[in-house]
Design a protein around this ligand. Structure first.
Ligand code: F0G
Length: 459
């Protein structure tokens, strides 16, 4: 891919109406904060963070149109007009007839997996995100990752590293036998594997294999607009199509989807499950009432649903997406100049530093990804997240996961090019003194999803 050079400054297709002051903790503040946080950056206070690239989820800036939409909130418990608008927006975008709101993506996952999985079920995915994996496991089912081999190669420039290995999927379906696999999930973009897109051709292949075995296919559509943008750019024959049109080509092949609107819904909270299966929709609604709330609000304020309706539309605008992806590439180009190793090609929502090449002197027991996360914060107050053995609970097991990454996730419509240049500087400085970096040991390990609440100490 030639996308990294030259590096034009990304042109912001919006101007500033409200500002938020950026904290500037001193080096001593940061040292103290690290100790207090037990070297887990989830434990930091936001005022201890200079540039927050922990996640692109729910951290974006809403537009004036979205803030205005909040004022249209009709906070009726049942039958709110905001739900009607939300339902109509999601239906017309996706074509799925049954829309069940939820307060965020993992709530949608809970509804879906608790309704379709049984102990012993198997759920294939290109790559499970950690909450998705945890919800499958929570049902006594087994998550299986079936991304193409290129997905595990951080240096290959293969354009669709989110793709599913169709032969492996076919084999799994054949060997599992009838009734074992309640659904196949495909995550667009593939967050766990570098924010990489899934091609339409590959998804058509998934749908074909699934149809042969009468298994429904669901999309994890958190970053579906970014996926559509990368497909439009990279897949032959799709360059002239609009983002909604490409998105629809995916949705038309699927039985349903889960969504965290905190990503490509451009809101701070919200999500949904969508399906074509009416009996399933009824079961989802029953579970919804138990866990989240009535089906016309799903654990949200009704005004939140109105903001999602606007955000889902804004997320498909080409100038917005061009800027977003240009920001990721701008940061990538600066890091490349500094010789910093990261996952190629750069995907939709952030840079994924390649920990094995960044810190080759650290071993599997050194929690190298977390050690790098700590150093980036120590150096310049930049908060990132480990996406590797720690996130997936396989730390210490040699080669248990072949990708060890640290993600610099870029929030939507929040930071400017100069902020990204600052981040590149910080990463470059850490890279220059990389041989001094020591590993960490875990002093407390929770049973599930360790990266959120584990505690560490320097080795
Ligand atoms: N699926 C994917 C692919 C995700 O990236 C996430 C969240 C979820 C499901 C769950 O959604 O957070 O609304 O409950 N990803 C965030 C991240 C947390 O930082 O990548 P949620």
């Amino acid at each position: 891919m030639t996308e990294l050079s030259p590096r034009p400054l990304p042109f912001e297709p919006y101007k500033t109406k409200v500002v938020e002051r950026i904290p500037n903790p001193s080096r001593e503040d940061r040292e103290r904060a690290l100790e207090r946080a037990h070297y887990n950056l989830f434990n930091l206070r936001s005022e201890e963070v200079r540039i927050d690239l922990l996640t692109d989820s729910g951290t974006g800036a809403m537009s004036d149109q979205q803030w205005a939409a909040l004022m249209l909130g009709d906070e009726s418990y049942a039958g709110s007009r905001n739900f009607a608008h939300f339902e109509e927006t999601v239906r017309s975008l996706t074509g799925f007839p049954y829309i069940v709101p939820a307060h965020q993506g993992r709530a949608a996952e809970n509804l879906l997996f608790s309704s379709v999985c049984r102990p012993g079920s198997i759920v294939p995915n290109n790559m499970h995100f950690d909450t998705t994996q945890a919800h499958v496991l929570h049902q006594g089912a087994t998550p299986v990752n079936l991304a193409v081999p290129e997905a595990y190669d951080p240096v290959s420039d293969f354009p669709f590293k989110g793709n599913v290995d169709l032969a492996a999927l076919e084999r799994l379906l054949r060997e599992a036998g009838p009734g074992k696999i309640p659904l196949i999930m495909v995550t667009v973009t593939n967050n766990t594997g570098g924010g990489q897109p899934v091609s339409l051709e590959n998804f058509q292949g998934v749908a074909r294999v699934a149809a042969d075995y009468h298994v429904p296919v669901y999309l994890d559509m958190c970053r579906w607009a970014e996926n559509a943008y990368l497909v439009r750019e990279r897949e032959p024959g799709l360059g002239g199509r609009t983002i909604p049109d490409i998105g629809r080509a995916f949705f038309d092949l699927a039985a349903g989807a889960t969504m965290s609107a905190k990503k490509d819904g451009l809101v701070n909270i919200g999500g949904f499950v969508a399906t074509r299966d009416e009996p399933l929709a009824e079961r989802l609604k029953e579970a919804l009432i138990l866990y989240e709330g009535f089906p016309t609000y799903g654990g949200l304020a009704r005004r939140d649903l109105e903001a999602i309706s606007v955000g889902l539309t804004e997320a498909t605008q080409l100038d917005y997406l061009e800027h977003r992806i240009a920001q990721v590439r701008y940061l990538a180009a600066l890091l490349e100049e500094a010789g910093v190793p990261f996952f190629h090609p750069v995907g939709g929502h952030g840079i994924y530093l390649d920990v094995r090449r960044f810190l080759p002197h650290l071993g599997d027991d050194d929690l190298a990804g977390q050690a790098l996360v700590v150093e980036l914060y120590r150096e310049g107050g930049v908060r990132s997240v480990e996406v590797g053995a720690l996130m997936f609970g396989t730390e210490g097991a040699a080669a248990s996961r072949s990708l060890e990454l640290v993600r610099l996730a870029i929030p939507r419509r929040v930071y400017s090019a100069s902020h990204l240049a600052y981040v590149a500087d910080v990463v470059g400085r850490v890279y220059a003194r990389r041989t001094e970096i020591r590993g960490l040991r875990m002093t407390y390990r929770p049973e599930r999803m360790p990266h959120f609440t584990a505690r560490f100490a320097p080795k």
